[in-house]
Structure formats: C-alpha cells, structure tokens
Ligand binder design. Structure first.
Ligand code: SF4
Length: 348
C-alpha cells in the first residue's frame, strides 16, 4: 500500500466480496455493496454524489468514511509503429508506465504491478530503478480504466498482460484483488482467457496463483541451464530451473491452453545452437509455446542483439523440435516502450 496518513479506505482497492464485507460492517445491507461496486467501474464516476440510486444519507456517509481515487495520465507518447506508452502520476508522486500495443483489431495493454522492481534481471532497465513499492489494486486496475477512457468505449482493450514494471507475483495479494475486479462482470468483465500473468520465476507464488484464479501464465526463462540463468536472473539462485518448471507443470491448464516461455536472445550469451537444443529438451514435458525476444539494446544494459541469422537458426531448432515459436518483434522501441525498457525517469 502507498505511504499515506489518510486512514480512509479507497473503495477501488476492494474486490466485490471485500466491499460487501466493508459495507455490511457499516450496518448496510449487502445489496448496497453490489450497487456501489457497479458505480465504481462505470466510466466517469469520480464522486460518491454521482451514485444516484443510493440514498443521500448513504452517499454522505461514504463521502465521510471512504475515498474514491482515480489514476491520472501524466503523459503519453506514440511510437511510429502505433504503440503508445502512458505514464501515470501516483498520489505519492511516483511514476509508473503502461504500454498499449495495437495489432489490427486487437489491443493489448501491458500494465505495471510495482514501482520499480527488486528482481535485478541483468537485461532489464526497470531493474536499474530498484524497488520502490507495490501498486495497490486500484492503481493496477486504474491503468486499464484510464487507457480505456483515453481510447473511448468503441476501441475496447482486448488483452491485458501483467508485463510492465515490476514482478507481479511479488505483489500477489494486490494482484489477485486486481484480477478479481478485472474479471468481475460488474467490474471490467474481462474473461480470464484475455489476461496473462508474467513472472520471472517465483515458483511458490505460481502455485499460490494457480490456487486462486485462472489466467494465462507467461514465464521469463531466458536460459536453458542454471549457470547462465544465475547470471542473468538472481531469482534463479533461490528457485532454480527445475523447481520453476515443476511449478509450471503443476499449473492447471485448460485443454488448448499453453504456458508461454519468454526467451530473450542475448548475443554470445544464450543464443547458440546448443542453447536452443538444451531449451527444446528442457521444455519437453510441458504444454507450452515459446516467444523469442531479440535483446532491446540500451546504453545501461551490457548486452547486444544477436544477428538475424542467429535468431532464425535458434527458432528453426525449436520448430523442428515441434514447438510453436514466435519471434517477437520489438514494438515501441523508439519511445522506450519495448520489453524490459520501462523505467520511469521523472519523479520516481
Ligand atoms: S525483467 Fe521483470 S522481473 Fe526482471 S527486473 Fe525487469 S521488471 Fe523485474
């Protein structure tokens, strides 16, 4: 939760069940919570006075006992390829970023779950910020609400990916509440199929997530052995590859659902033929697909992008092994919105 001297609860931090518990604790009937929750996720509601089916008395009570926060877009930048990066100013002046990636009629929004990140992945600009704090459920869902309001209701965001700043599973309670709100038919009504949770490999949290909600899982693997992964991702020293893949194997999947493994290709580090073969062998027991991400170079990052021929050869080996393998072209790198490039510089 953000540092705050204000003890009043922000109602947009509550799932419908949590709101019901709070409303009934005030001596109000449970159906009032349903009415209030419905108002919270209608566009343009910024004040309790707009909740016109509540009595004046209750609206006054809510005004005295609770908050209704909103996320303000601080700036937005449009890339040549249509990708749009949004920066949001939070109540404590921290800045977070979200990235909208249009692809034909599909619109995918990549959202942040923390201010900065503590995971220290060697190829990631967000890691250079260090960890500031977890985002609240209201701040996580607020990114979707604010971007949707910027787009207008005709251009619905189709997919939401928790792949922005931060490690979502290190903020599991708030992330789960945000998923409850996003998936609630009276909230933003997103199907679980439209939501993807990314993780750098917090194995126990993958198990916890699986026990609570259904979403797609994307795992940042980036190496096929512990020696290389230890160097790239400090999390691997705590949860080595074998432990991570066991958690992935236990993650419940629907019939046609697959786990996505993300693999950043770093020239001379993890992009060799032997790496591709080892990866093919490693993932054999899993129902999965693979995304290859040629490194996005940045002055702060000591890695280079492999040659195109190296990337294609890597992909071919995995394809021959029977995997669905996509090479993810960098979107929005002219505005630092590409994968691993989010590092808000203004106030945080
Ligand atoms: S890649 Fe993800 S988990 Fe790793 S430091 Fe960057 S934001 Fe954190």
């Amino acid at each position: 939760m953000p540092p705050s001297s204000d003890p009043l609860p922000d109602l947009r931090n509550f799932s419908r069940q949590q709101l019901t518990d709070w409303v009934t604790s005030l001596g109000q009937p449970a159906f009032r919570a349903k009415q209030i929750f419905t108002w919270l996720y209608r566009p343009g509601i910024i004040d309790f006075s707009q909740m016109t089916n509540l009595s004046k008395d209750l609206r006054g009570k809510l005004h005295d006992l609770a908050l209704l926060t909103d996320l303000a877009i601080e700036t937005s930048e449009l890339s040549q390829d249509g990708t749009k990066k949004y920066a949001f100013a939070l109540a404590d002046d921290a800045i977070i970023e979200s990235v909208l990636i249009p692809d034909g009629k599909r619109r995918t929004l990549c959202i942040s779950s923390q201010v900065g990140c503590a995971m220290g992945c060697a190829f990631c600009l967000t890691a250079t910020m260090g960890f500031k704090r977890n985002l609240t459920p209201a701040e996580i869902v607020g990114q979707v609400r604010a971007v949707q309001s910027d787009l207008g209701e005709e251009q619905r965001i189709n997919n939401i990916v928790y792949m922005g700043m931060g490690e979502p599973l290190a903020n599991l309670d708030n992330v789960i509440t945000s998923l409850d709100i996003l998936g609630d038919e009276l909230g933003l009504a997103y199907s679980a199929k439209r939501i993807t949770m990314s993780t750098c490999g917090l194995a126990p949290q993958i198990n916890k997530l699986a026990g609570k909600v259904k979403v797609n899982l994307a795992v940042s693997l980036h190496a096929a052995n512990d020696i290389i992964r230890d160097q790239l991702m400090p999390v691997n020293k705590k949860y080595p590859i074998a432990e991570l893949l066991t958690a992935c194997q236990e993650f419940p999947l629907d019939k046609r659902q697959k786990i996505t493994f993300e693999y950043i290709l770093l020239a001379g580090i993890n992009d060799g033929v032997e790496d591709a073969r080892a990866l093919a062998k490693l993932l054999r027991p899993l129902s999965c697909k693979i995304n290859l991400l040629p490194c996005n170079e940045a002055p702060e990052i000591p890695f280079r992008k492999p040659k195109e021929a190296t990337v294609l050869a890597f992909q071919d080996i995995l394809k021959w092994a029977g995997y669905t393998v996509l090479i993810r072209s960098s979107r929005g790198d002219d505005i630092s919105a590409a994968c691993g490039q989010l590092a808000a510089k203004k106030k945080s």
